[in-house]
Design a protein around this ligand. Structure first.
Ligand SMILES: [Zn+2]
Ligand SMILES: [Zn+2]
Length: 386
């Protein structure tokens, strides 16, 4: 046992190149091949030392016991060569017996087999699963513009009014969304809904993008037109909230595309929606999802309204890809319970969706407001007036 422990102290051959040790045999000065029995030596002196120790050889110097050993004369005096070996630190304790050599070989084989087994047991994304991820990534890339350059085309009526609100007012409102006093700053005229046209255009634009994304989800186009429409109607706002997380900033507690809470208040929404929405964005952001997980969650979200039962195989497939992805690609500690947390986010989205519908109904009930909406928004969210 002592021998085995001593051996583990041997320099690791892989590290030898990092050391500043001259690669010259300490015995004869020939080119060394590494550490052998605790000293840097050539193959010749390594073999000589091992053979001498195994034979328990006793050599006698024919000269004065102080021969200088060189590459060329190393065979001339075995006694001085062996003495040199010991002087530079070579130790017989480091020599393996035949039995130990055999045991070591077996151990290496066993370790290799174990590693191969472990490797084969590791969860892996199948080619098909990777293909699904690639398709969703491409679909997202084609339908989400992180520069938000199209946003300049949206209606901006009353934007000057919005911009005239000073930043301290915006900050107050952010604080109030984070659990502060529940009264909006007095100088904001909420009945005015000055940002409604802009938000309507933003949402309308986003719905188009969500439709584009949905159409590229594997299997979505195979559904009947009715099912496709039903899925989009029920999930559009959830996907918009979900994908907007990409632009949400924890520092600003706002979306970098320019949307903030005051903005939403001025577009007819109230804190019953905004407070949980901001909380949702914060907790989702903190999950630090990979973009692959983000797109899979969107895919699952679109396919999973409870009302359409026969979609389950499609959802199961995406869920399986997501779980496998987390297992093999998301490192700890972030992967801990990640799948469960993501599925919880879907439940959060569902209640945000319900609150949004409620507020939308109130809003669209007034003709002066519903006339500011777009045909697509009216179609997807429903029009209470018609
Ligand atoms: Zn040598
Ligand atoms: Zn000698």
């Amino acid at each position: 046992m002592e021998l085995m422990e001593a051996r583990t102290l041997l320099p690791d051959p892989a590290n030898e190149f990092d050391r500043n040790v001259p690669r010259i045999c300490g015995v004869c000065g020939d080119k060394a091949t590494g550490f052998h029995f605790n000293a840097m030596t050539c193959e010749g002196c390594k073999g000589f030392f091992r053979r001498s120790m195994k034979r328990k050889a006793m050599f006698t110097c024919p000269f004065n016991s102080d021969c200088k050993i060189t590459k060329d004369n190393r065979r001339h005096c075995q006694a001085c060569r062996l003495k040199r070996c010991v002087d530079i630190g070579m130790m017989k304790e480091f020599i393996l017996t035949d039995e130990e050599v055999q045991r070591k070989r077996e151990m290496i084989t066993k370790r290799k087999e174990e590693e191969a087994l472990k490797e084969s047991m590791k969860p892996k994304l199948s080619e098909e699963q990777q293909r699904v991820i690639d398709i969703l990534l491409e679909a997202h890339r084609k339908t989400y513009d992180p520069t938000y350059s199209d946003f300049t085309q949206f209606r901006v009526c009353s934007r000057t009014y919005f911009l005239s609100l000073n930043s301290s007012v915006q900050k107050t409102s952010r604080l109030l969304l984070l659990g502060g006093p529940l009264s909006p700053p007095m100088d904001i005229n909420l009945s005015h809904l000055s940002m409604l046209p802009h938000l309507a255009d933003l949402v309308s634009y986003s719905i188009q993008k969500v439709i584009g994304f949905a159409k590229m989800i594997p299997g979505f186009r195979d559904l009947t037109a009715e099912d496709q429409i039903a899925l989009l109607k029920s999930s559009a706002i959830e996907i918009i909230m979900l994908r907007s997380n990409e632009s949400f900033s924890l520092e600003d507690m706002a979306w970098s595309c320019g949307v903030c809470s005051v903005f939403c208040l001025l577009a007819g929404h109230n804190l019953e929606l905004l407070e949980p929405l901001v909380k949702f964005q914060v907790s989702l952001k903190k999950l630090n999802l990979h973009v692959e997980e983000h797109v899979l969650l969107m895919g699952i979200c679109i396919l999973s309204p409870v009302t359409i039962r026969h979609l389950e195989p499609g959802i199961d497939r995406l869920s399986e890809v997501l779980q496998t992805y987390i297992l093999c690609k998301h490192p700890p500690p972030g992967n801990r319970l990640l799948y469960a947390k993501m599925i919880q986010k879907l439940a959060d989205l569902r209640s945000l969706n319900e609150e949004h519908s409620k507020q939308y109904r109130c809003l669209s009930f007034k003709p002066e407001h519903s006339m500011q909406l777009t045909p697509l928004v009216l179609e997807v969210f429903g029009n209470e007036i018609s």
